[in-house]
Design a protein around this ligand. Structure first.
Ligand code: MG
Length: 372
């Protein structure tokens, strides 16, 4: 089997370079598509499907007129998914490299203070695994060791959405170099989530964003390539895990070795494929399997969303399913937003975003740095 780098080198993409206008439309489409999905989904995160249907029935999609499942929420505000995506982008804009310790420091500061320039007093909506990893004594020095220890202590079964929700921006930053996208997605995913499924789903979404920014318009092809790259990246990452675990305490290494067969089984390429392709072929949102907050479910929803045509119809269907609605809608919104562009997003929803000007400035700054 060709290695990941061989596969990438042999890819013969027949695409036309996007004009700066088209490129900007896609970057802004992805960032605003994420933020709108997140802000709408946050209203009914982890609410039952029945209650979600009741909440959204006969109502226009709106972030205004407040009733929300989350405490202390403000109209038009997005949640941790968008905030953490922007933390990664802001870290790259400051350093011009992807750096997990800089991101870790920003993440910890954000958890305590939020974005102070937006008047936040703390980061909201953070998942339990991410909280536990950030609180780990080794987190600031070495985020991936903190994350690995938490993963192993939880019997090596933590395929949560905390990584996939924030890594799609990495598909923008290095879009010209798919190998770099994979390395960055792995680095930033494993900064809090070591489970190969969390890492793999982050890779799949980031690579898909890059392929669209390279000008690939055929979505079937985007998904086939994303699958092939992710399958190989997960294989490499499983080998990396062996080396990584040599840096943790002996009793934790023993748990890892005991759990290794289960890790390999759950990282099986067939399961990965199931969440990338059949959901589209059958027009099904894979929301009914596993628990809420399962990273493959979020990836499946994201790729289903990518295959849809109308942004509002797609987001409504995703958030009406309940569960991890903001994260599912943020990832699906980012993918479809990248495909159709900012110009095809509903203007009324863009205007409802409380911090849209701030987001637009970040998007413009990013576009100017990465478009060549
Ligand atoms: Mg959230």
């Amino acid at each position: 089997m060709a290695s990941l780098q061989d596969y990438i080198s042999q890819l013969n993409l027949i695409t036309e370079k996007l004009t700066k206008e088209e490129f900007s439309d896609k970057i802004k489409g992805s960032l605003f598509g994420m933020a709108i999905g997140d802000a709408l989904g946050a209203r009914t995160e982890f609410v039952s499907k029945e209650k979600c249907i009741e909440f959204w029935q006969n109502k226009p999609l709106s972030m205004l007129g407040w009733e929300c499942s989350m405490p202390n929420w403000e109209e038009g505000d997005w949640s941790d998914d968008t905030d953490q995506t922007l933390l990664i982008i802001l870290s790259w804009l400051a350093l011009e490299r992807v750096d997990d310790t800089d991101f870790g420091a920003r993440l910890k500061h954000w958890l305590d203070h939020g974005f102070e320039e937006l008047g936040d007093t703390g980061g909201c909506g953070v998942g339990a695994v991410t909280q536990e990893v950030i609180s780990h004594e080794k987190f600031l020095e070495s985020p991936w060791i903190a994350a690995l220890e938490v993963f192993v202590k939880r019997n090596c079964n933590l395929a949560r959405t905390g990584a996939i929700m924030r890594t799609h921006g990495l598909g923008m930053i290095d879009y010209e170099d798919l190998g770099a996208v994979v390395r960055s997605a792995i680095l930033m995913a494993k900064a809090t989530h070591s489970d190969p499924r969390s890492v793999g789903s982050a890779v799949a979404v980031s690579v898909s964003i890059s392929l669209m920014l390279k000008g690939l318009r055929n979505i079937e092809q985007v998904l086939d390539i994303a699958y092939e790259i992710t399958r190989r990246a997960m294989e490499d990452y499983l080998n990396q895990l062996d080396t990584m675990t040599s840096s943790i305490a002996a009793e934790l290494q023993n748990i890892y070795l005991q759990q290794k067969p289960n890790i390999i089984l759950s990282s099986n390429p067939e399961i990965l494929r199931k969440y990338i392709r059949p959901s589209i072929e059958n027009d099904l949102i894979p929301l009914e399997e596993e628990g809420d907050g399962y990273t493959y479910k979020c990836m499946g929803v994201g790729f289903w969303g990518l295959s849809q045509n109308d942004y509002s119809t797609m987001i409504r269907r995703v958030i009406t399913e309940g569960g991890d609605a903001d994260t599912n809608a943020a990832v699906a919104g980012s993918l479809l937003g990248c495909r159709i562009g900012y110009s095809q997003l509903p203007q009324s929803l863009i205007l409802q975003l409380k911090h849209r000007v701030w987001l637009e400035n970040i998007a413009d700054h990013l576009i100017n740095k990465i478009y060549h």
